[in-house]
Each structure stands twice: as C-alpha cells, then as structure tokens.
Design a protein around this ligand. Structure first.
Ligand SMILES: Nc1ncnc2c1ncn2[C@@H]1O[C@H](COP(=O)(O)OP(=O)(O)OP(=O)(O)O)[C@@H](O)[C@H]1O
Ligand SMILES: [Mg+2]
Length: 333
C-alpha cells in the first residue's frame, strides 16, 4: 500500500524554476498517467518522487510520512526507464534476480521469486537467454521484472514503450494493463507521449504544462469536460478544433472548441463554409482538413468520405458537444 501526497512541491535548478506548486493526491493502487509537452517537467516530477532529484520546497509524503530527505533506496519505489539498461553478460534469470542476490537471499527463494515474476510477464521461455537475444518488448519486460521482484510498493515508468515499434507497443501496453490488474495494491505512475496509452491505462491523468498541473481527472472527464483551452487541445487525437471571432461570439464564448467527430459536414449548407484541402481515407473513418475563414478544421467522418480536395463544404458544430471557453482560456459552464 502506498498513498502519495505532494503539497506545494517546487523544484528549481539554480534560477530555473521547473516544477511550480504541484499539489497531487495519489491513492494506493491508482494508475496515474502524467502527460504534457516536452520539457514541461514530467521526468523531473518522477525523479523527485523517487528521490533521484531533491525537492526545492514543499513536501512529498508516502503513507503520511514526509520523505523529502529519505534516500531513494529507502522509499520503496522502483523506476523503469525508457532505456532498459540490462546487464548484457547476464541471463534474463540473473538480470531479474540480481537485486535479490545482492540482498543475500537463499538460492531457492531467489529461484522461486524470479520464476513467479517471469510467469507473470510471460518471460518463462527466455530465462536462460542473454538480453541481446530478446526483442525490445521482451527486454522492457525484463526491466519491469527486476522492479517487481524487489517488491516495490510504487512503480514509476518514464515512457517505457517509446523505443518499441507500433505493434510491440500495443502488445506491451496490454501486458502493462494486465500487470496492473495482477498487482491491485501497487501504485503506478506512468509518463507517456502516447494518447492511446494515457487514455487506456490511466485511472486518472495529470496534465502538466510548464511545471504546473493544469487538470487532474479520469480520461473521460478530461475528454468530455477539459477545464481550459490547453487541456482541451492536448487531450484527443487528432486535436480539438478551436474557433474564435464571429462564430464563437454566436455561441456566446471567446473560443469555441469542437472535436473532429463533433462537426456535421454538408455539401450545401451549414454554419462555417470551407474548402476541403486534403482527405485521409482510412477505411473505418476519414479525416478531412477543411480550410475556413477561421483556420483549418479537422473533421472526422464515419467510413469513406464522398468529399474530395477542392470541394466546397459546410461544417456545423453539434450544439450538444461544443466546448466554450472565455477570454482567459477557462471553460465556461
Ligand atoms: N539537471 C538539470 N539542470 C537544469 N535544467 C534541467 C535539468 N534537468 C532538466 N532540466 C530542465 O527541466 C525542464 C523539464 O525537464 P523534464 O526532463 O522534466 O521534461 P519532460 O516533461 O520529461 O520532457 P520530455 O517529454 O521531453 O521527456 C526542461 O526544460 C529541462 O531542460
Ligand atoms: Mg521526460
């Protein structure tokens, strides 16, 4: 069990202020995903939690005890990085069991623990192999196995799948979801750039921008009711469309946000006139890029679209599914 609480947590490197008053409450067993643009401080926050970085001000508590000064090895946290740094001359078995061997555990107990973890991660057939004879996904699982075997109560993952190709990512993502289910009391914090990973793995997503928490919520809360323009534009792929000016004024807001699937498209009439610049026909759905007076709008259509580049079209926001924001960028209710 491990609850994690951050209170006004700040991190600066000299005069450079990286994390700004981060307040976060993470419950034992939650799967939390950090997302945000490159350089916003996701890795710095992970490293502060596990103790690889010191905190400049504020407090970090694990299970109600302040751990600001507790060394990394005493925090009960395991970190899995993007590059999995396995020992190249050791077999999978030895890589996973290394920490246990260091602790001086009896051989039989090491064997039992390593075999159990290998089974959990579907690594049993590879226990005798060296890392160089494994695929990227298998290597990443060995790295995860090393963390599990140490019995950590908190797992931190910093973009663990970003080195894998698309198919392996999907497979390893499913394995991480399964791993989470098999360890319901283990708290996991996961950093990713991948929208699908964030939406499918997270109990709650934390959106960061320039070292500040913009919003915390379940994937669907963030998707359906983003609290500001930044979160609205960040969550969802392709991105939400934003309209300002006359059309937004008609909807009584400064900025009107419309997701690509929430436009109605018509060849004859509608609210915003435009021209199809480009059409991506993917089979199950199509994405049209429509240039209008207020910029290029991305529109999703089910199936294969009948429109082609050069066609004049009209796009109309579905009234029930629009997002309205004020001049300050905050959601209007
Ligand atoms: N040791 C350091 N000294 C000074 N600045 C640093 C140091 N480490 C990181 N930074 C700065 O802190 C900011 C946050 O970096 P961080 O690595 O946390 O970003 P990130 O959100 O993980 O980005 P990415 O998505 O690219 O991995 C960046 O502007 C980075 O340049
Ligand atoms: Mg990073």
């Amino acid at each position: 069990m491990a609850d994690i609480k951050m209170t006004n947590l700040n991190k600066a490197y000299g005069a450079v202020h990286i994390l700004k008053d981060v307040n976060l409450d993470i419950s034992s067993g939650e799967f939390i995903v950090f997302v945000g643009p490159s350089g916003c401080g996701k890795s710095t926050l992970l490293r502060s939690i596990c103790g690889l970085e010191s905190i400049t001000s504020g407090t970090l508590e694990i299970d109600k005890a302040v751990v600001n000064e507790v060394p990394p090895s005493k925090r009960g946290i395991a970190m899995v990085f993007q590059s999995y740094a396995l020992y190249p001359h050791m077999s999978v078995f030895e890589n996973i069991g290394f920490a246990l061997e260091n602790q001086g555990l009896p051989r039989a107990e090491i064997k039992q623990k390593v075999e159990k973890v290998a089974e959990m991660l579907q690594l049993t057939p590879y226990l005798a192999r060296l890392p160089k004879a494994l695929s990227g996904g298998q290597r990443q699982r060995v790295a995860i196995g090393r963390a599990i075997v140490r019995g950590a109560k908190v797992f931190l993952f910093d973009e663990p799948l970003s080195n894998l190709d698309a198919a392996l990512r999907v497979q390893t993502r499913m394995e991480i979801a399964r791993l989470k289910r098999s360890m319901p009391n283990t708290t996991m914090i996961y950093v990713t750039h991948d929208q699908v990973e964030a939406m499918t793995l997270a109990d709650r997503i934390v959106v960061l921008q320039a070292g500040k928490v913009e919003q915390v919520g379940s994937p669907m809360e963030l998707y359906d009711t983003p609290s500001n323009v930044f979160v609205a534009g960040f969550i969802g792929s392709p991105k939400m469309n934003f309209v300002t000016g006359g059309v937004a004024a008609k909807h009584k807001c400064h900025t009107l946000g419309v997701r690509p699937e929430h436009f109605h498209l018509d060849g004859k009439k509608g609210e915003i006139r435009g021209k199809v610049e480009y059409a991506e026909i993917l089979g199950a759905d199509s994405f049209l890029y429509v240039s209008t007076n207020t910029g290029v709008m991305t529109v999703r259509e089910e199936g294969k679209t009948k429109f082609k580049p050069g066609d004049t079209v009209f796009v109309t926001p579905q009234a029930k599914n629009t997002h309205r924001f004020g001049e300050d960028g905050m959601r209007l209710h």
